[in-house]
Design a protein around this ligand. Structure first.
Ligand SMILES: NC(=O)C1=CN([C@@H]2O[C@H](COP(=O)(O)OP(=O)(O)OC[C@H]3O[C@@H](n4cnc5c(N)ncnc54)[C@H](O)[C@@H]3O)[C@@H](O)[C@H]2O)C=CC1
Ligand SMILES: CC(=O)[C@](C)(O)C(=O)O
Ligand SMILES: [Mg+2]
Ligand SMILES: [Mg+2]
Length: 352
């Protein structure tokens, strides 16, 4: 544990220096880690754990495309790849990485496999926090922990392969063994996290649902659509509206923010742009504060969970979702994006 000052606030966190991989390997050497679900987080975490030298097996529905993907990734049927129930039976640490709706559906089956001494691991506080809606109430005699990578499983894997890591939160819901803390941190290091910060299940799910509905995904998509629409309605071409809204954001400016902060990005733009951005950011903050407060209230009241569960459990949900995503993909905005991305590769080969 290291106490690090974050912008004037002291926080106790765990870094890879203090909790090196060999310590995690030693602590978990007698455990079989069963990763249930091979969607987005499943592959990222299972492959990172395997490459980090842990005993890992995968559980997935046999008749699914993801089963095939698991085979392609080197998981061997009947050796390291099993049906969900059998993997849960074999695992001593059960990583419940089905979709949040899938976790509800499978809970009655998985619960039976969680015998005393085992560990149940989540990457989201959803199932446990909203247990009045999910029915996920773990048995009392097991450890229940969480490691939530702050990003897509795709990035978790890519960064790991490149030698980096995504930061993750971790939390303890139940400590039956007295060792849940070390277990959670060892798994956090094992899945390829950058640094680990502690939270609880409720805070994890409240912040995560707010973040993805807000700045990370929902607000981002909405504000992009709004600005593109304004530019187009005022007579600007698709190229101009798209480049000025998305391409410059992703290719030039946000990478600069990631590298060295907002002021660094500002410092690399014209004085004209800086002046305007500093004048306008307050207006955008004030305009969006009420929406973000509504959003947080909707998360905290359980309404977002209710909607996710209700929508997710309709039989034609996946089909409907595909239609919604298709509408986004086929909009003028994102079709322009596809063209612009195609043109990107034409320019990278140009010799100076
Ligand atoms: N997608 C991501 O990168 C992130 C996800 N998480 C959390 O990790 C967990 C897993 O999420 P994802 O990887 O996005 O899930 P996903 O939507 O990709 O689904 C994972 C697996 O669940 C299986 N599944 C779904 N419904 C099922 C059912 N009824 N019966 C049996 N299997 C079923 C699918 O076949 C798939 O293999 C969730 O708790 C999520 O909130 C946390 C951080 C990021
Ligand atoms: C990638 C991530 O952490 C999200 C956005 O919260 C999610 O996929 O649920
Ligand atoms: Mg999320
Ligand atoms: Mg998240």
């Amino acid at each position: 544990m290291a106490t690090i000052n974050f912008g004037g606030v002291d926080e106790t966190v765990i870094t890879r220096d203090e909790f090196p991989l060999f310590k995690a390997q030693e602590f978990l050497k007698d455990e079989t880690i069963a990763v249930l679900g091979y969607g987005v987080q499943g592959p990222g975490q299972a492959l990172n754990l395997r490459d980090n030298g842990f005993n890992v097996i995968v559980g997935q529905r046999e008749d699914s495309a993801s089963w095939q993907k698991a085979v392609e990734d080197g998981w061997v049927p009947s050796e390291t790849l099993f049906g969900l129930e059998e993997a849960a039976e074999r695992g001593t640490i059960v990583c419940y990485l089905l979709s949040d709706a899938g976790q509800i559906a499978l809970w009655p089956t998985i619960k039976e496999k969680l015998t005393p001494g085992k560990t149940l691991y989540f990457s989201h506080g959803f199932g446990v926090t909203f247990n009045d809606q999910t029915g996920i109430v773990p048995p009392k005699d097991i450890d229940v922990i969480l490691v939530a990578p702050k990003g897509s499983g795709t990035s978790l894997r890519r960064l790991f392969v490149a030698g980096g890591g995504l930061n993750s939160s971790f939390a303890i819901f139940q400590d039956a063994s007295g060792e849940a803390f070390t277990k959670a941190t060892a798994l956090g290091i094992g899945v390829g996290s950058g640094y680990l910060f502690q939270t609880d299940f409720k805070k994890e799910v409240y912040s995560d649902l707010t973040g993805e509905r807000g700045v990370l995904m929902g607000a981002l998509a909405g504000i992009i659509e709004a600005q593109y629409q304004v530019l187009r309605q005022r007579g600007h071409s698709p190229s101009e509206a798209f480049n000025e809204t998305v391409e410059e954001l992703t290719q030039s400016l946000v990478p600069l923010v990631g590298e060295n902060g907002m002021d660094w990005m500002f410092a690399n733009c014209s004085v004209t742009a800086q002046r305007g951005a500093l004048d306008w950011k307050g207006k955008f903050r004030e305009a969006t504060l009420p929406v973000l407060n509504d959003l947080y209230d909707s998360v905290a009241s359980g309404a977002e969970a209710k909607r996710t569960i209700e929508r997710g459990s309709t039989p034609d949900y996946r089909e409907k979702l595909q239609e919604e995503l298709k509408e986004v993909r086929e909009s003028e905005l994102w079709q322009t994006g596809a063209k612009v991305r195609e043109l990107r590769s034409n320019t990278t080969n140009v010799e100076a």
